[in-house]
Design a protein around this ligand. Sequence first.
Ligand code: KIV
Length: 287
Amino acid sequence: MSTHNLSQLDGAMRPVTAPDIQAHKRSRGAEPLVCLTSYTTLTARLLDAHTDLMLVGDSLGMVLYGLETTVGVTLDMMIAHGQAVMRGARRSCVVVDMPFGTYQESPEMAFRNAARIMKEVGCAGVKFEGGIEMAPTVKFLTDRGIPVMGHVGLMPQSVNTAGGFKSRGRGDDDARRILADAHAIADAGAFAIVVEGVVEPVARTITEEINVPTIGIGASPACDGQILVTEDLVGLFQDFTPKFVKRYMDLGSGIAEAARLYAEDVRSGRFPQDEHCFGVTKPKDDN
Ligand code: KIV
């Protein structure tokens, strides 16, 4: 079977769209989708050439703002970071998370807030968490021109009812529930579904049974694509790395070491030197 990836898109530098992602199922010969979170222009510029999709995830509340959970993230925060990411993205499909409390109440409320994100950010689509209970909202938005990415399994916005960040799908009942959630969201018109913290057999079954790509995080290689939080991938956190994260470097230690060296230089007078100053003329060489 021949494989294709989204960097071969018409050989052209055009942004990857939600329908491009939707068509990208491994069972149809596609390579796994490469997805990462991005919250700033700088990161977007660095990641864009390597990713098919960049998610402006509400994980930014915990990663950038030091919140305990994502529940406190606001629509204005997501819009500001979405705009920043769009300034750095040329090619990747940019999707913005809808934060807690901006879509659960009614499809109409979800549409108003999603439309604000689409207009003010100019992104390719929105993502929100939820299963069967959110399917009518997915349909309401997609019927009205807003591409929606679903998110099932471990849903961080439900941390207060779930009692913590726990992996999902271990018992038969939970497995059936997650499978039904994924089917409902796919049938309602989502262009892809994030499957988070779900045991391999369940992630595999979902991927085999639904006709849109699954994007796994802690959900095995059975998924149609993978996503990680970029700050986890580069090792910005010193204390805790979740089991499903592969750390490709230890940027956190690198930053701390750079700060230590800088502090030493400033305190000892080794920085700044003449070459870092304006208006300092070098004495002429006598020879
Ligand atoms: O908020 C986020 O970053 C996410 C990803 C972890 C999938 O939802």
